[in-house]
Design a protein around this ligand. Structure first.
Ligand SMILES: Cc1cc2nc3c(=O)[nH]c(=O)nc-3n(C[C@H](O)[C@H](O)[C@H](O)COP(=O)(O)O)c2cc1C
Length: 304
């Protein structure tokens, strides 16, 4: 028997539990080239209201079992996204969430309002966790009141599903998770990258022009599993686990830790077929264990 891998997450019915993580799949322009049967959904690269150039090179550094990036949310702005990408997304058989950004709560709200109702846009992931911008980004995700204000500003402007992407750079992720749940989030994505640094020993300065970058890849996985678990324990809305998933077993760790679905990011840079491999591995695991659906997978989620 083939197990049923479909899940419902924060207002979206997904055919599987594995989505593409923001910033690691662009705007999906390569999707027509891919075998997409296993792709349950995609989160777009982060977008602001206006076009942004992002940070100067160098923007990427390889690290042990991971990478640092400081792209600085380069993007074409909302108008170009609506014109160039949303019409493509409309034709696809999986939902695309737009990762939205702003320098103020009202800019986040404005981005959501402009995209609300655009065919091809299935929902939003609010990025209050980017470590690579001077204004906004992680600042909003560090403070429960600011995180709630941004969530409310978006919630007021759309009826589409609203997911909120949390930063790991906090002392208690449960506090932020509860604040955005209270402000109307439908789901949480946990987590974004960790702030890191790497020094160039020839130039005696940081390798990244932004000085610091966001660490991703398998190096962060145990940290991300812990934070996603802490978030899942704190709220009733679903949590989508993100961070260092390379194989099905990694995704299953997030699911057993209390997540409803997962996103795969950096792994795609190493293995373009990573999402399908993770999806198929989960299916194999379920069949081997005799689980008919993901609801039957035991979860470790003590509430005390
Ligand atoms: C090059 C790159 C660009 C990213 N851009 C974004 C972004 O625009 N918005 C966002 O919320 N997360 C962004 N992320 C974070 C990822 O979506 C993900 O949360 C993080 O990389 C951890 O997952 P991973 O270890 O599977 O990559 C980016 C990550 C990388 C590596």
């Amino acid at each position: 028997m083939t197990p049923d891998l479909s899940v419902e997450v924060g207002g979206l019915k997904l055919r599987g539990p594995v989505l593409a993580a923001s910033g690691t799949f662009g705007y999906g322009t390569e999707v027509p080239l891919l075998e997409r049967r296993a792709l349950a959904g995609m989160v777009s690269k982060g977008i602001f209201l206006k076009p942004r150039a992002g940070t100067a090179p160098s923007r990427i550094v390889e690290t042990p079992s991971g990478m640092l990036n400081a792209i600085g949310l380069q993007g074409p702005g909302v108008d170009a996204l609506i014109r160039d990408y949303a019409p493509k997304w409309e034709a696809w058989d999986f939902p695309v969430l737009v990762n939205i950004n702003g320098e103020s709560a009202s800019e986040y709200g404005e981005v959501a309002a402009r995209l609300d109702g655009v065919p091809g846009v299935a929902g939003f992931e609010i990025n209050i966790s980017c470590p690579n911008v001077e204004q906004g980004g992680m600042y909003f995700g560090n403070d429960p009141r600011a995180a709630a204000a941004v969530t409310e500003a978006v919630r007021r402007r759309t009826k589409l599903p609203v997911w909120v992407k949390l930063t790991p750079m906090v002392s208690d992720i449960g506090v932020i998770a509860r604040a955005v749940e209270g402000a109307g989030a439908d789901a949480l994505s946990a987590v974004n990258t960790f702030v890191g640094m790497s020094m160039d020993l020839h130039a005696y300065q940081p390798r990244l022009s932004f000085r610091t970058g966001g660490l991703s890849g398998p190096a962060i996985r145990p940290l991300a599993v812990h934070l996603a678990h802490q978030a899942a324990r704190a709220v009733d809305i679903p949590v989508v686990g993100v961070g260092g998933i390379m194989r099905a077993e990694d995704a299953l760790e997030f699911l057993v830790a209390g997540c409803r679905a997962v996103q795969v990011g950096t792994a795609t840079f190493v293995n373009p077929n990573a999402i399908a491999d993770v999806h198929d591995g989960i299916a194999e695991f379920m069949a081997r264990k005799g689980f008919a659906s993901l609801d039957e997978l035991p979860r470790y989620l003590p509430r005390d």
